[in-house]
Write a protein that binds this ligand. Sequence first.
Ligand code: NAP
Length: 489
Amino acid sequence: MATITASDEQQILDRVPKQLYIGGEWRNGAKGTLTVEDPATGEALCEVADSSVDDARGALDAAAEAGPEWSRYPPRERAEILRRGFEAIVAREDELALLMTLEMGKPIEESKAEIAYGAEFLRWFSEQAVRIEGRYGVVPNGQGRLLTMKQPVGPCLLITPWNFPLAMGTRKIGPALAAGCTMVVKPAQQTPLSMLMLAQILEQAGLPGGVLNLVTASSSSETVRPLISDRRLRKLSFTGSTEVGRKLMEQSSENLLRLSMELGGNAPFLVFEDADIDAAVQGAMLAKMRNIGEACTAANRFHVAEAVAEGFAEQLAEKMGAMKVGRGTQDGVEVGPLIDEQQRTKVSELVEDAVERGARTLVGGQPRDGAGYFYEPTVLTEISEDARLLKEELFGPVAPVKSFAGEDEAVAAANATEFGLVAYLYTNDLKRALRVCERLETGMVGLNQGMVSNAAAPFGGVKHSGFGREGGPEGIEEYLETKYVAVSL
Ligand code: NAP
């Protein structure tokens, strides 16, 4: 990797549009600006527009106005815009990766992986845009026909978190555009820069004004609340914490909005004694350390068969302890900072709680001194049943390893959580693999692999991890209504 200089950083920051994007125009926010910070230094990177309630309403006005025309746009043309967006993101991978690392902290190579993943949703849904189909059927008594047609749900509000600043946007924007919906997008205030660049890329790709509107805000609850109760809004797609998702669901009930809720996780990672342990450790590194542990899919707790638990934990500790921690722009860095002090304090508290209840620290266990919100990669064993980190989402580079005696105990431990996003399972016994997959209460399972994310697959959870699916053929259905026409013959 070529050395990144301060001037490279400044150049990319200078190129980011920093205003609100409403009705095809870039404009200032009525509330002034909000500061975006580099989590590796705690210093300000730049200011972006801070929108008022009226700005947000203006964004919905534009989406509502553009709706009818966009819904009638030829699917092939919608597809071509998405395809051009995909190509532009891929072509600009280096600068977008640097921007993402600056605002979010993850190492450059991981930012590149997210950019490839995020771009893929535009390509995938460009291919889906021309495959929206209804059906034609003969009614059972033979005396009539039934038609179904798929139509866009209408103006959407898309709210995204900070941990995947681009991909959590494209995972919603891709299918919404393909389906013919217009939208207001609100990224997390900590990481709005990647989404601002994406809006500009789509504008340059030929997206008509008003189809996608982007507001950045320092007070999200206040700014988007009136949109949720506005009768013109028809759908809310939210990715973020279960706590906020629950509030938004409550608010949405008033207006009976279609909802997609991609919420928090607490993924179990099961390793049976018949597994390939080296492969399991490799998979564990990916499932735990991708995105600095700040992924909804991050393995939160490792349940390992008694016979192999000690060896697994030692190998994992050796690999985690060898990881280079630092600013994501530096060569060879594998672990960047956590997003902010609040997040780091939560990770510290969960580790301290586990240690107070008897956990043994094999490696790490401490925040790093100095600027930025760094936390050491940590492996803990001898975890007490009542340790908080078994129940709560860790969102950091900490791996608690606990042993189990048999399959029933492993499944019970895996399911002992209110969350149900993803589980990982390592075994070489095919019958056991299928048996356990069926019994896991999650929306997704990684079978002998430590990552499940793929634009062609339906991503989503059950229980308190939410509902709805993003990606795959299922992803576009979230943005379509089915209309039935009864035909008399
Ligand atoms: P968060 O605090 O729930 O925030 C998510 C988004 O909601 C941000 O844009 C935030 O804006 C906005 N928001 C917060 N309170 C709001 C309110 N009252 N009304 C309207 N909008 C509001 O979550 P986060 O800390 O950014 O993200 C981490 C969480 O996301 C984790 O729990 C993780 O598991 C989950 N996640 C889930 C998935 C999935 O696919 N299931 C994927 C990624 C992340 P501000 O920035 O202004 O607060």
